[in-house]
Design a protein around this ligand. Structure first.
Ligand SMILES: [Zn+2]
Length: 1046
């Protein structure tokens, strides 16, 4: 309790900075901790002796053996599961379940022996012919348990049938001490003897031997206390005498005070940089007298990002060997040459990185194998060889672009230089040509054999789950994804279900049906059969399928309202900690029993608006952060799927995802009939997308600049190493940059992202993205090279983090203050010289920034107050946005609105998404014509708006007789007519182009409240709504503030 209060000292749990809740000083995952090496668990919740068997992970059998290096695709067909009787339940044990109490149904819970296997009911009638799930009467001998536990298996009629399928078996002799992981069990390959984090990641060693100790990342409060100033500590006054004497060319369009047009001027003032960059800025006419703003502004003329995310092209022209902006974007590519210049940049200096983004078509990342040569890196700063290194001395030396060290070219990497100084083999060297490459890492980049892909499912089966239909959808989706899970034939899988007790499933391949074992002692969870709870999927495929077929019916009549989530989570940790992997949690109610139980909170409305308000947005129980730290330490990533119609404390649950590189999926009030397709799509993607396992990421940069803080879903392992137990293309991370030196003397700064990971095929790989950016000497250049998308992404993360320590209002204000400061600074550059006093001026590169800022203040994590967004919804959105790649975030903030009725009526040749997107409309109610049909698409959902005067013909063709019905009950399904088919295709195409989430369709009729307001009107960013100003008013506010103290 109270752990979240930033004023309370708790070094082990309280975030010591915005970015690093588990800094190296924390005992949890300290820099001293060798994360790949499961150390004896001082903080473990499972203080038991180590495994007594198994010399190490790598010796657990062929299952855990990666294919030999160099043969990643060699498939080792699994041998047929041995038909062994050694693990079968004994018939004597089985007799126990003849107890008539087992046959009671409903809430009456039949007593069972704790730890004993119990009889799950059989599969549904449609189940496989193999028959019902096998009873697993395994006596757990090692630890006496209370004689009986309450247990209910609703469908007792199946038990008779089950009895017939019990294979002969022998009692287990596995003793409890064997359940625990330990350093000893990991074998020598798991640990190394070096210091700090280098033992864990020899290949990713920190390359700053000469640099000063890293300063701690900035405290979250800097966001407000510095009034938006994320400037480096040595920042000079933002208004120092750095004003450039140049200004835009005087040929500016005459100022029209009342004339309300916006003008973009392509003006090129003289610049100080060698590149001679042109400077663009725009201005907007505004009335200057207070109170007269409305009259002077034409809202329609304001800039809107109707073309989506338009990226800076000039940098790619300047540095064609840079990695694609899909992987790395800088908030400004003009890196300030001095700290005083940096201090005048209020838009956050830094990068947004999406290391595994899906590469643009035709730009697939080449794979490079240095084989016996070894990976070429700078011996001082450990930078990977890249297109910006230079070769000298007839090819015998290469100079590091980061630290300038002259490295020897080893003999087997040597090539002569031609007359122009190019290596003669350059064309065969992707690592010297491409900004993005993927290196095959040799053994020295491993501290243990590459882990197999591992999926563990933790499923709440309490009454809420049974009633909503979640179980059926989850079971079906997992089953249908089995063939597509990455990593065949090494993939591992396991399941735990829970309500007031925890249910384990023995999936050993020799079984025909899984055996279920129930543990009711929640205080000290005993994990039975740890070796058979996690199985090789291809070997145990039949048992896994039998389980998934049975799961929904097993609990369909479950009346248990409790959820022993925390104990189940710890059990999952115990099972997985040997290998790592992904745990997917399906939670349908508030965790109510055992450790980590949560309580209803956030309903005291008086707290809102006070300095305690943020406490509802962070976990109350330190259990969640502690578990997240433990999971990360053992390479386990957590994804949370939450379904409740009531408060579930997503703030706490999501913490597990936040610090383990995971993701939160939220389906409030899940109903299978409505949400099935969304859950199916998103779970399928989660299971089947390419995943990088046991990863760490570091972003290097040239001497003189330094990344100081990181923002996203991960845990910081040392000052600059991000621990990412699992990464995929849908995850992005932001990092803020500051200048180490007062003055940069170089002309270019380089960045290099290195992600060291294990691929699903069992290869250790390093993905390397390299980019260069010019060092600039004036603020105008920084503005000109600004990237609104990266800035918005950074701002969003900073503001969401701020909302975890401050009031929502403070977080919103901080966004506004930063924009104002930036615009004011820009104004100081140009306005005076050109007598633009009555105009709002802004850089062309940032023309959408104010609008995105407004959209962000109206977004779910920051919007309004208590009554505007439910607490869980707010938390879930915050966790989601912290991980979104830039384009996805921009679309969420300023969604697509298109009118489609004309397209449906006309014989439109084909549904070409790119054409339709060109018809995007401003997000205002003025865009809506009562005769039209519109699609609103924010990437997470579609809202289909039917105008009040829409042709009944269109309505009937799309909805049939439901056209005049209650749209909350109507779903859009394809009908047998051109128009309906065309609309379906269009939506399908939209989804195909934006696949990370599934967009459910919500139908809305004009003036049908509150539905129209909730789904559409509230999200029309340009209008006054969601507790926020209209776009025009917002611009007025900004302008007024910019002029103050200008
Ligand atoms: Zn170097």
């Amino acid at each position: 309790m109270g752990m979240e209060n930033p004023n309370l000292p708790n070094p082990s749990l309280r975030p010591s900075s915005a970015a690093s809740p588990f800094l190296s000083s924390a005992p949890v995952v300290g820099s001293e901790a060798s994360v790949f090496r499961p150390t004896p668990q001082a903080s473990s919740q499972f203080p038991t002796p180590p495994f007594s068997s198994g010399p190490g992970v790598g010796s657990q059998g062929p299952t855990f053996r990666p294919p030999p290096p160099g043969r990643p695709n060699e498939l080792v067909r699994p041998t047929p599961p041995p038909v062994s009787s050694s693990y079968g339940p004994p018939t004597t044990g089985f007799q126990h379940f003849q107890n008539p109490a087992m046959h009671s149904t409903g809430q009456g819970a039949p007593p069972l022996h704790t730890g004993q296997p119990v009889v799950p009911p059989g599969p549904p009638p449609t189940g496989p012919p193999a028959g019902p799930m096998t009873l697993a009467p395994v006596p757990i001998l090692s630890q006496p348990q209370p004689p009986s536990i309450p247990m209910r298996f609703p469908d007792s009629t199946k038990t008779e049938q089950i009895h017939t399928n019990i294979p002969p078996s022998q009692p287990f002799s596995l003793s409890r001490p064997n359940v625990q992981p330990s350093s000893a069990s990991m074998g020598p390959s798991y640990a190394t003897g070096r210091g700090a984090f280098q033992p864990s990641f020899p290949g990713e060693a920190n390359g700053r031997p000469n640099s000063v100790p890293q300063a701690p990342p900035m405290h979250p409060s800097s966001f407000s206390s510095q009034q938006g100033g994320y400037a480096p500590p040595a920042a000079a006054s933002p208004f120092l005498a750095q004003q450039r004497s140049y200004g835009p060319a005087p040929s500016i369009t005459p100022i029209g005070y009342p004339g309300a047009q916006m003008q973009h001027h392509g003006i090129a003032p003289p610049t100080a940089t060698a590149q001679g960059l042109a400077e663009d800025f725009s201005s907007l006419s505004l009335g200057s007298a207070p109170g007269s703003f409305d009259a002077g502004l034409d809202a329609e003329a304001l800039p809107r990002p109707l073309d989506g995310d338009v990226e800076l092209k000039s940098l790619a022209d300047m540095y064609p060997m840079n990695c694609s902006s899909t992987f790395l974007r800088l908030t400004t590519s003009g890196i300030p040459n001095s700290q005083s210049l940096a201090s005048r940049w209020h838009l956050s200096l830094g990068a947004v990185v999406c290391p595994l983004a899906e590469a643009p078509a035709g730009e697939e990342v080449p794979v490079v194998n240095f084989a016996t040569t070894g990976i070429i890196r700078c011996k001082r700063c450990r930078t990977y060889v890249n297109p910006y290194v230079t070769f000298t001395d007839n090819g015998r030396k290469w100079r590091c672009n980061m630290c300038s060290l002259l490295n020897d070219v080893q003999s087997d990497y040597f090539a002569h230089l031609d007359a122009s100084g190019r290596r003669v083999d350059l064309d065969q060297r992707p690592e010297l040509l491409k900004g993005s490459i993927e290196l095959i890492a040799p053994a020295e980049y491993m501290v243990r054999p590459p882990m197999p892909p591992l999926f563990f499912f933790l499923i709440d089966v309490s009454i809420s789950a049974a009633k909503s239909g979640v179980l059926e959808v989850v079971a079906q989706t997992i089953k249908s994804s089995l063939d597509s899970l990455p990593g065949y034939p090494r993939t591992q899988i396991g399941f735990i279900t829970y309500d007031s007790t925890i249910h384990f499933y023995n999936m050993k391949s020799s079984l025909i049906q899984p055996q279920m074992m129930v543990i009711s002692d929640l205080d000290d969870v005993f994990v039975p059969l740890p070796d058979d709870l996690l199985v090789n999927l291809s070997e145990s495929r039949n048992v896994v399928e039998a389980f998934l077929d049975s799961l929904p019916s097993m609990f369909q009549d479950n009346m248990n309202v409790e959820s022993a989530f925390g104990p189940a989570l710890k059990a999952a940790f115990t099972v997985m900690s040997k290998l790592g992997g992904k745990v997917l949690i399906f939670q349908s109610t508030l965790p109510s029993l055992g450790v980590g139980r949560l309580r209803l909170r956030g309903d005291d409305i008086r707290v809102y608006g006070t300095d305690k308000e943020h406490l509802w947005r962070v976990p109350e129980d330190p259990f969640y952060k502690q578990m997240a730290a433990d999971f990360t330490k053992f390479q386990i990533s957590v994804n949370v799927y939450a379904f409740s119609d009531k408060y579930t404390d997503i703030a706490s649950l999501g913490t597990l995802a936040k610090y383990t590189g995971g993701q939160v999926y939220y389906y409030p009030s899940f109903q299978s009939s409505i949400h099935k397709s969304k859950l199916t799509h998103e779970l399928t993607r989660d299971l089947t997308r390419e995943t990088a396992w046991e990863a760490v990421m570091r972003i290097r940069c040239s001497k003189g600049v330094r990344f100081t803080s990181y923002h996203g879903n991960f845990m910081l392992r040392s000052t600059d190493l991000l621990a990412l137990p699992a990464v995929d293309c849908d995850k992005a991370y932001a990092a803020q940059l500051s200048l180490d030196e007062t003055l940069l003397t170089t002309q270019t700064v380089y960045f290099q992202v290195a992600l060291l990971y294990t691929s699903s095929s069992g290869e250790r790989r390093i993905r390397v993205h390299t980019a260069a950016a010019p060092v600039v000497a004036d603020l105008g250049e920084m503005y000109r090279l600004a990237d609104t998308g990266a800035i918005v992404s950074m701002f969003s993360r900073l503001a969401i983090e701020k909302s975890l320590s401050y009031k929502l209002e403070d977080a919103r204000n901080a966004v506004q203050i930063r924009i104002v400061k930036a615009l004011r600074e820009y104004r100081n550059l140009y306005a005076v010289q050109h007598r633009l006093s009555g105009r709002m001026i802004y850089p062309e590169s940032l023309k959408f920034l104010p609008l995105y800022g407004l959209a962000f203040c109206k977004s779910t994590p920051l919007r309004g107050g208590y009554g505007d967004v439910q607490l869980d919804e707010r938390s879930a959105a915050g966790f989601t946005m912290m991980a979104l790649p830039v384009k996805k975030l921009l679309k969420l903030l300023y969604p697509n609105l298109v009118r489609v009725d004309d397209l449906l009526l006309k014989s439109y040749p084909q549904t070409d998404e790119s054409d339709i997107i060109k018809m995007r409309l401003p997000l205002t109610v003025k865009s809506l014509d009562a005769r039209g049909l519109y699609i609103f698409d924010d990437g997470f959902r579609f809202v289909i708006w039917f105008g009040g005067s829409i042709s009944p013909d269109i309505g009937r063709k799309l909805l049939g007789e439901d056209f005049s019905g209650d749209y909350s009950k109507v779903s859009l399904s394809p009908r047998d007519n051109d128009m309906s088919i065309k609309l379906s295709k269009m939506l399908h195409k939209f989804r195909e182009n934006d696949p990370s989430y599934y967009q459910l369709c919500h139908l809305v009729r004009q003036n049908e409240q509150p539905r129209e307001g909730f789904f559409l009107l509230m999200n029309l960013v340009d209008d006054q709504n969601a507790g926020g100003s209209s776009y025009a008013d917002w611009i007025m506010q900004l302008h007024r503030q910019v002029q103050q103290n200008a």
